[in-house]
Ligand binder design. Structure first.
Ligand code: PFF
Length: 450
């Protein structure tokens, strides 16, 4: 990034893509996508997820980018600038609550990644059978202090990076790490395709059984699309505010969505053949990937090297995502509440440490404490992804489609006429009609109201 008009800007096109992809690619692709697809019937979920990414996701990503770049502000400031008299800036509160909830439960899973990294290095993953890995995960996640300790360590690492404003360092690192992660995923993919259960796994993921497509599957797929693209809470809007005037918004949004989706699909191709080969149920829930991956590594030569490298890369991918969601709350405290960056980061981390601890203990001592049938961990996961992010996205698309000045949209999407955007009309049509009504319909049908 380089300083310009007191606001940092990305210097290069690669900088833009690396940072937005750094936010988008993370546990959402490698941990959450397989477990959601596994519990929601595989193929039908994948098709719905892809439709949400392309029909709602890319247009709303463009909307966040253009509002951010036009206003050069965080989500609150942006809406206040565009509609000074309305209540639109309250959309920002949805973003704050969502980012705090996500940071809390995400840090628990990032903590599991750190435990598995530690176990890889110390040889703790050299077990024999699938049931051993199952037992190992259960005994780790239900023990109280270790998951708690890792959650707090992860949040402390996130804190040290965010408070020192050294995101650039992490961004540079993720420029190198993300392509390596991609290559490693490709290698694991090839390996999975040679497993005995490969055909069953691929059938589960790619051949849709449309009878499974009920309102809960749709809601889950929509939530996954928003979660995976870091959409609906102002993260991408804030990143858009750092874009230079030369950045091609539509191309950046499309590239980000394509790369993000490829990583999720690669993760699916790695996990499901293994699920069927090892005779494990695909509907394991959050434990799925942590039980399957060690089995896969264990079958490879030099398994310690593979698993160490993989969990390290996943840790970095998680960090570049938590940095981006922390920025939503920190921008609110510093730009709207005039706090120092230091104080804002401390408040953000303190809240996440309290709720993150409760989430970490949701698998152990707080397992019986449920609200509407959800532990605190699963409640935060469900409410943020399936309700808050799509709600934020619905309001952002409605705003961009109906209230944002057409000249601003044209200037932003075409860079004042410098580019011809072939999908221009389709983007506007989605923002105006398809995305807001589609999201509303999914909400209504999941509540059995239609
Ligand atoms: N998109 C991230 C992932 O898939 O892991 C999660 C995420 C990051 C959600 C940033 C929201 C956010 F603001």
């Amino acid at each position: 990034m380089q300083q310009n008009n007191n606001r940092a800007q990305f210097a290069t096109r690669l900088g833009v893509i690396a940072t937005t992809v750094g936010s988008a690619v993370g546990l959402g692709n490698i941990w959450r996508f397989p477990y959601e697809a596994g519990t929601h019937g595989g193929g039908a979920f994948l098709i719905a997820y892809l439709c949400f990414i392309f029909i709602f996701g890319i247009p709303i990503l463009c909307a966040e980018f253009m509002i951010g770049r036009h206003t050069r502000s965080n989500i609150f400031g942006a809406f206040r600038q565009l509609k000074p008299t309305g209540h639109w800036h309250h959309v920002g509160y949805i973003g704050i609550v969502a980012s705090m909830m996500i940071l809390s439960f995400y840090s628990v899973v990032a903590g599991w990644t750190m435990e598995y990294l530690y176990q890889s290095v110390t040889g703790g993953l050299l077990l024999a059978s699938p049931s051993d890995f199952d037992k190992q995960f259960v005994s780790f996640s239900t023990s109280n202090w270790r998951p708690l300790m890792w959650t707090l360590i992860f949040l402390s690492v996130n804190f040290l990076i965010v408070i020192r404003g050294v995101q650039k360092g992490i961004e540079k690192m993720s420029n190198i790490m993300m392509p390596i992660l991609f290559v490693i995923l490709l290698i694991f993919c090839v390996n999975s395709l040679f497993m005995p259960g490969a055909a069953d796994g691929l059938k589960f993921l790619f051949s849709p059984d449309f009878s499974k497509l009920d309102s809960q599957v749709l809601l889950g797929a929509m939530g996954q699309a928003f979660f995976s693209l870091s959409l609906g809470l102002g993260t991408m809007l804030t990143y858009g505010s750092y874009f230079s005037n030369r950045t091609h918004i539509v191309r950046s949004a499309t590239t980000t969505a394509l790369l993000d989706t490829s990583v999720a699909i690669l993760a699916g191709i790695i996990i499901f053949p293994a699920v069927f080969s090892f005779g494990i149920s695909p509907a394991q829930g959050p434990a799925l990937v942590f039980e399957i991956l060690p089995n896969i590594f264990n079958q490879l030569p030099y398994s310690v090297v593979w698993s160490t490298l993989f969990f390290f890369l996943l840790f970095i991918a998680s960090l570049s995502s938590t940095i981006s969601m922390s920025e939503v709350t920190i921008a609110f405290f510093t730009e709207e509440k005039k706090m120092s960056r230091k104080k804002a980061t401390i408040v953000n981390t303190a809240i996440a440490m309290v709720f993150g601890s409760i989430c970490a203990l949701s698998f152990g001592i707080l397992g019986d404490f449920t609200i509407c049938g959800h532990t605190v961990f699963s409640l935060f996961d469900y409410v943020s992804s399936n309700i808050l992010l799509p709600l934020g996205g619905m309001l952002i698309s409605f705003f961009a489609g109906w209230l944002l000045d057409r000249d601003i949209i044209r200037q932003q999407l075409t860079n004042k006429g410098a580019f011809k955007v072939y999908t221009y009309k389709a983007i506007i049509f989605s923002l105006k009609f398809i995305a807001p009504t589609g999201i509303l319909l999914v909400f209504l049908s999941s509540l059995n109201l239609i």
